[in-house]
Design a protein around this ligand. Structure first.
Ligand code: FBP
Length: 252
């Protein structure tokens, strides 16, 4: 297998990504206001805040491609997604191919797998395909691994957090993006379980800044590679100030 370098999407082995796929996942009225509904507002934060990558879905990557390329912020293209409108077992459908992502200038691709869902099999199979296609082209793969579905009871348990990160290692993800349950010891175990697969943590719903930064410290102390955060940055009154504080924590 070709060696997959993370150098285009990391700084000294650490990373801070700006996630912006909430438009499809949650809908604009849940998460956005007049400012952050505009992808260019988010791109500007990513650029000025010198993030290691910005996560967009295909449509935004196409329609704002000129500005994304000009910004030089590494594009992480999310290849699948779902809306929150359907209430059945979660399935994130593939809506973009690896080749399309490369043509759009992606430096990495992202893919969600809801482990525990009745549709887990389909997402694992699709992931296997995109992982091998991306790796053939030297592109890193970030797996959003979220235990979800009616079989999943203790959503935020130690066991499931470690299970998610371990799945990342076993399926060949370069980076596993998981949710943090707020317990640093549990997170240390999850990072250990991921072995050589790097771990980044999702931000979650907007918290008070102090609380969020404390969480970021726990995350870095647990040897994670970094954070892939959205709402806690771009919903803040001063996103660049939050980014500056976050960077001090992530990069030291
Ligand atoms: P946030 O930091 O805003 O939580 O973003 C992280 C993320 O993984 C997004 O990439 C994605 O849109 C969202 O969370 C999914 O959230 P949910 O937990 O509702 O599936």
């Amino acid at each position: 297998m070709k060696h997959i370098s993370l150098s285009k999407i990391t700084t000294r082995g650490k990373a801070l990504y700006l996630a912006y796929d909430q438009g499809i996942e949650h809908g604009p009225s849940t998460d956005f206001n007049d400012k952050n509904v505009n992808p260019l507002y988010i791109l500007d934060i990513a650029k000025k805040g010198k993030f290691n990558g910005i996560v967009f879905q295909k449509g935004i990557a196409e329609k704002y491609n000129k500005e994304i390329r000009k910004s030089k912020v590494p594009l992480i293209l999310k290849l699948n997604g779902k809306t929150k409108l359907f209430k059945g077992e979660p399935l994130s459908a593939q809506i973009c191919s690896v080749d399309e992502a490369i043509n759009l200038g992606a430096k990495a691709v992202g893919f969600t797998i809801y482990v525990g869902s009745q549709h887990e099999e389909q997402m694992l199979e699709e992931f296997a395909k995109i992982e091998s296609q991306a790796h053939k082209k030297g592109l890193p793969v970030i797996a959003w691994i979220y235990p979800r579905g009616s079989s999943v009871k203790k959503y935020y348990s130690k066991e499931l957090m470690a299970y998610a990160s371990r799945v990342g290692l076993e399926i060949g993800a370069d980076i596993a993006k998981i949710n943090y349950n707020g317990n640093p010891k549990d997170l240390q175990w999850a990072v250990k379980s991921a072995g050589r697969c790097k771990v980044v943590i999702a931000g979650g719903v907007k918290l008070r800044e102090k609380e969020f930064l404390k969480q970021a410290k726990d995350i870095m102390q647990a040897s994670c590679m970094g954070l892939a955060v959205g709402r806690n940055v771009w919903q803040a009154k001063k996103p660049l100030e939050v980014a500056r504080k976050l960077k001090r924590i992530v990069f030291g």
